[in-house]
Design a binder for this molecule. Sequence first.
Ligand SMILES: *Cc1c(COP(=O)(O)O)cnc(C)c1O
Length: 535
Amino acid sequence: MTGAKDVVTLVPGATHAGAGEAPFVRTSFQNDMRTSFGRSSATDGPMKVDAAVPPALAAAVQPIDRGPAAAASSLGPAASQELSRAMLSSWQYRVSGKAAVAELLQECAAEHIACGGPRGVEEVAVRHIRRHDIDSDSIYVVDLASPFRLFKAWRAAMPRVLPYYAVKCYPEPAILKLLMALGAGFDCASKGELDMMLKLGVSPGRIIFAHPCKRGADFRYAREHGITYTTFDSSSELHKIAEMDPEFKCVLRIRADDPGARVPLGLKYGAEVEEAAGLLAEAKQLGLEVVGVSFHVGSAAKNLATFTNAIANARKVFDDAAGMGFKMELLDIGGGFTGHFDECGNVMFGEIANTINAALATYFPPGGDLGDVRVIAEPGRYFAETSSTLMTVVIGQRDRPQKDGSTHKDYWLTDGLYGSFNCIVYDGQNPEWRIVRSPILPDPADAKTTYVSTLWGPTCDSADVVYKDVALPELRNGDWLLWPNAGAYTVAGACDFNGIEFTTPMKVYVWSDIAVDVEVPEADSKAEQAAEGAQ
Ligand SMILES: *Cc1c(COP(=O)(O)O)cnc(C)c1O
């Protein structure tokens, strides 16, 4: 952790805090914000989010990185020179090429590792478990290089589409700060999420308040803190907006279902395209400003055609709205994206980028008759999923002899359905695991014979079962299960049922050089060494 002065540079105070206004503190992720990097033992103490920092500092918050010299400019000239020299020679700056990212990596004490696949992460976790003697906590290993790579790949693949990260998916402070440093915007859905982002120093202009049915208190918070863009999909919401603040720039969310999406959203949100004209007319009557169209094809979407159809439908609504005199300027293509890496560790975007780029070129040609339409998206899972690996430890077990003479084994883990595995219930996930033997115990005598086993969560609820009747070799108390791709819709949806701190797992931050586990073949590394020697 750096000193208080640096905290000010890293987390510029929000400009939004009105004089004498009590800081908003309530939800569980507000707690998370106060402890910022969770209960990581690698970083001692919470990182301060200081709302009392003078607004002038907000000038330091901007998406364009001005390099280490500018980052250090709030210090004295000598200290500044010192800082920028140290910064330039740090691995953090070398791997990211960005002062703000380098500072973040230092702040969360990220460890630099070679491979970010399950084996690379396992090594980090095992070191951490040994060092801190952990026997009853779940651990998250967060690889910040993963969202970094995904962000760069997104910008390269879809240069017209600026991602606004959907905060609900994984409000992990370091990932939020990373995306902020990279120039992303944010999709917030409540005053808690808005507050979190404003406190991190994100300007209200980089936020879309993308909930089509907002609570009154959320509205008031947004209005008071300069949030301008919000979505709607019903007449009721239009009336609420008109009452709250007719100055809000309204974005009409239309329905755009991918029937193949794992979590479809169309039943709950999105106006039918046929309803659009009526809603637009009503908005006009209420004196509201409709400025754009949004949709969400459903989370973990599969059918590319859904995007094409939705963009075509958005164009229809744009034309209707323009015909009624609205100044339409924003197309928001929502979320639903999944981030993948190929076996070399490169981001695999597949056809989705081509499909979207083509649809945009057809229906929203740059410089077309609509003028300049800004295109944004609201990816959540895309940035979050691959970033994190969950480690759970076996804390208890029992053998149950079966009538056929076999043995059924029960194991209790440190996480369950009330914690990160709520993803099984709400997000339809089928998490995969890998066994990590206790770094403290001797090797098991028999690691091969499998038994029908059940993995229980740690609460007293018998419904709290992660997997029933799966084949597992014998586990000992103290053995671990490693769950890769655990960033999206996991800990974000956890609660602290039974007084178990599911919402604040231990966190270890890393930065991997490659997203996957690769072994450099000996011949290659020899050739490389030879090449280096020859230089
Ligand atoms: C949940 C949500 C998202 C993020 O969806 P992903 O499938 O995680 O990309 C984006 N926008 C809205 C309005 C959402 O509700």
